[in-house]
Design a protein around this ligand. Sequence first.
Ligand SMILES: [Zn+2]
Length: 433
Amino acid sequence: MDGDDENIPQKKAFLRKTFQPIKKRIEDSDFEEKEEEDEKEEKEEDLEDEFEDEKMEKTQKLEEVISDLSFDDIPIEATMHSEPPDMMVIPLQAAVHREPGRKPEPSSLPMQAMIHREPEKIVDENDQSSRINDICAGMATQKEVEMQMDEKFKRINLDLIKKVVNVIGNAKSILIFSGAGISAPSVKFPKIEPLNNNVKKAIRNRDYYEILKTEDGKLFRDSYLFGSILPILESTPNKGHFAMRDLQKLLEMINAKVTIITQNLDNLHDLADPESNIIHIHGTLKEGICSKCRKKYDYLSMLKKFKKKPNKFEIFKCDCSGVITPNMIEYGESVREYDTCESKARSSDVMLVLGTSLRVTPASELVDIVEKQGGKVILFTRSDTPKDALASLHIRGDLSDILSTIPKELKIYLQKQEIIPKSIRKKIKKYKI
Ligand SMILES: [Zn+2]
């Protein structure tokens, strides 16, 4: 803790430097008032105003309660509810990178999600292919997860959300880092036969074509391709993904930069906002890639074709005779675009960590980078993480419910900032959430 104390003056200096007021940023930009358009819009807005004003009044009291909080005073916060089992972890971010020779920590194994199903088979720390289990496990259904959730745990602490909004509304560069927790409500996995070692090995070695011709081919096809990859590819974004899209749009209106980095193999952030440039550090299942010529394919279409003709293994062969597999990393391989991620972290003054236990490196090291330079880290994870001590805020609870409150509160917050030019505030007000 002594080390932290020493850093406080530097941190404050940094914050003064980086958290420049909204006004300054807006002045730097070349926003123009479009008077004529404004007049036309004025009338219809008056009607909306009444509704919005009423809404604002309702939140006024709460705003006053937290208005005394200075930015530096925001405490490390945790809910008082008891810690639930680590059940949010679902294998959507399965392709995790681990340092060679380093034993994975038990809690990093998404198999723990199956807490009430054959627990003796769940955690096998010596199983180097546990990542494959990660994708293929029968895993807890959303219903099971919900059943285990304490009612109190579902309740959203609006005070904390206001603090979050206060932080991000004044940041100039925000890094959003997401993991399996954000996608969990979107994917419905069917029950499957567990994979055997032959299949796991084939997946690890990317022998997607050869394994199909063996007696384990059916297991590979039904449990892995159709039972695990296909449900992920056919899933749709949930309100958590849409909330992050809205957050990005609103912040960009005040010239803040937002970067989304995901560990997830799905494409749900991209689907929620096709305009956004998402960094997939573990790759994506959406894309197939040839092992030889690196030609790219639409993997979902391939799987659909294969489902219609399950004996046509040639679907997975490229014209060049290479084998087409999902474009994702396997164990021991480096994460994608890490240099870009690092540089984004270096230039971020706020990092939001969504639904990841932060137990895999090097991705979790981004938290250290942001914190070391005086940035704020806000955790939205149900369980404890190794980075809890570095966080300014820790919000626990139902992730998609919590996230969906943030853009709404941010919209209200930004509209109240008189320092923001009226034309921008109008734009913010018009943004439909
Ligand atoms: Zn090829």
